[in-house]
Design a protein around this ligand. Structure first.
Ligand code: HEM
Length: 473
């Protein structure tokens, strides 16, 4: 089955890159019947140009500049249970336990300090994206009022906003100063992104089919992200259950970035501004403009490209002399580093759709800053959790023992990152000695249904439909 944009929620396969503001509204279901009626309405409306809110699909992106707002919807496991659909998804143990329930596995040692509204209590997440159109603040207020009068209680509202771009750049930056969000797996959808030029580096590198043949790039199977489609194992992700069809799992995580601490650490670690820049690039694996260290290991590139190149792998840099073995991007997507082309990394890819946030806190001179990390995947444990737990928070897979990602790690003892040397520079050890640059403040695991499945969920589980489903599971 090929990609069905009209039945898939937006911002998964293609990002809403032209809308720079987001409100994440977490809500609790108070009156089930009224909420069902609201979901029926939101999933049935087609967005005919009127002011009416509807759940936006992946369709109509040819004219995306005419789209000023987008609403998307996701449910937690308790939310699905409340609507009578818990048993359809209870076999997804990771989703069912939720992020807070799995904090120990994730290395989130201070999850007990997460505020209650960011660990459980939410049933539904309404994500509202919008551009700078003057009508938008009123429209967003109208939607919030409508939710409040539809049997829902707003548990929390998190706002986020893209950091203004530098001239000539496309894409987003995060608060440590790096371009972010542009390296994404190319999915097998038949649409433009799967063009052969994009597939190289962003897709899957297939082993040669004969001893004298060459390895070749292709797009990642859609089932690695969307349920109801073939995945890299050749099976239909999640099976043929209509409730799962064109759905995906969403990870939502609030990550505070301690920007001042990060800057001061590099000031202490380096002897010049240039060396500071170079060390930061070593930690991330890319220069602030996004150029990979594989491409430019020593010098900051002179002129930033509109879109950083992504058609590289680490085959020519097996020892990490260019891009360190423990750099953030090399850990998070080792590409060919683990051997066997991309056979060992292709089942652990995620689509990232995060957004930076900034918030004032009374009595504090500086705003708090961070990233609302959002990713989509077909299996939370195989994809997000494996990356987080085994690749970012542990170094074993890369021969680095207990070393963690220096930007994200909790840095117990011993805290360090090895920067591999080469003929020009000896190896170095960075040691933040217990300092954390990123703190996890809470989060949720959610399910993002397809549009038709959302209609089904909204109608409620009748016994006849249940029997039908039992036959297709
Ligand atoms: C505050 C937290 C974080 C910051 C500031 C951050 C920053 C970055 C930056 C600057 C890049 C390079 C740009 C790009 O490839 O788009 C990147 C790539 C990436 N990050 Fe993060 N990141 C954070 C957290 C995470 C987490 C929690 C995960 C997953 C568990 C993650 C997974 C990835 C992946 C998969 C890539 C793409 C690597 C590639 O394809 O080469 N990041 N990140």
């Amino acid at each position: 089955m090929s990609h069905e944009p009209g039945d898939t929620q937006g911002n998964i396969v293609r990002g809403y890159r032209h809308m720079h503001n987001v409100h994440y509204l977490f809500c609790e279901i108070r009156q089930v019947n009224r909420v069902r009626a609201l979901l029926r309405k939101l999933s049935a409306a087609r967005g005919d140009g009127s002011d009416e809110w509807h759940v936006r699909s992946d369709e109509h992106w040819k004219h995306k500049q005419a789209v000023h707002t987008a609403l998307n919807l996701a449910l937690t496991y308790p939310g699905l249970e409340r609507l009578g659909w818990g048993d359809e998804l209870e076999r997804f143990e990771d989703f069912k336990q939720g992020m807070y329930g799995r904090a120990a596995q994730l290395g989130d040692s201070d999850a007990d300090r997460w505020p209650p509204d960011l660990r459980d209590g939410a049933h539904l997440l309404f994500t509202i994206y919008f551009d700078e159109h003057p009508d938008n603040p009123r429209r967003v207020d109208d939607l919030r009022a409508e939710l409040a009068s539809s049997g829902l209680r707003e548990v929390s509202c998190q706002t986020a906003r893209a950091i203004p771009r530098k001239a000539g750049e496309s894409g987003m930056r995060e608060h440590f100063g790096f371009r972010d969000g542009f390296s994404q797996p190319v999915l097998e959808t038949g649409h433009r992104r799967a063009h052969p030029d994009r597939v190289k580096g962003e897709g899957v590198l297939e082993p040669p089919s004969s001893p004298l043949g060459r390895a070749s790039w292709r797009a990642l199977r859609l089932g690695e992200v969307l349920l109801g489609h073939l995945d890299e194992d050749g099976v239909i992700a999640g099976g043929q259950n209509p409730v799962l069809k064109n759905g995906t799992f969403m990870v939502w995580r609030k990550l505070e970035q301690h920007v001042k601490r990060f800057e001061e650490f590099f000031e202490r670690a380096a002897s010049s501004k240039e060396e500071q820049e170079w060390l930061k690039a070593k930690v991330i694996g890319r220069w602030p403009d996004g150029t990979s260290l594989v491409e430019s290991p020593y010098e900051r590139p002179g002129r930033a490209s509109k879109r950083p190149r992504n058609d590289f792998d680490y085959g020519g840099d097996p020892d990490g002399a260019g891009c360190p073995l423990g750099a953030h991007v090399r850990r998070a997507n080792p590409r060919t580093s683990l051997g066997w082309w991309t056979v060992r990394s292709r089942r652990h890819r995620i689509i990232r759709r995060g957004m930076p946030y900034q918030e004032d806190v009374e009595g504090e001179p500086e705003p708090r800053r961070g990233l609302i990390f959002v990713c989509f995947n077909a299996s939370i444990s195989r994809q997000f959790e494996l990356i987080q737990r085994h690749w970012l928070m542990d170094g074993d897979a890369f021969g680095l023992g207990g070393e963690q990602d220096l930007m994200l790690g909790s840095h117990g003892d011993p805290a360090k990152m090895t920067i591999q040397g080469d003929r020009r520079r000896p190896a170095m050890l960075l040691n933040p000695a217990g300092e954390r640059f990123v703190t996890v403040l809470g989060g949720y695991y959610l399910f993002v249904p397809g549009i038709a499945a959302l209609g089904l969920i909204a109608r409620g589980p009748s016994s006849r439909r249940r029997r039908l489903l039992a036959g297709t599971r």
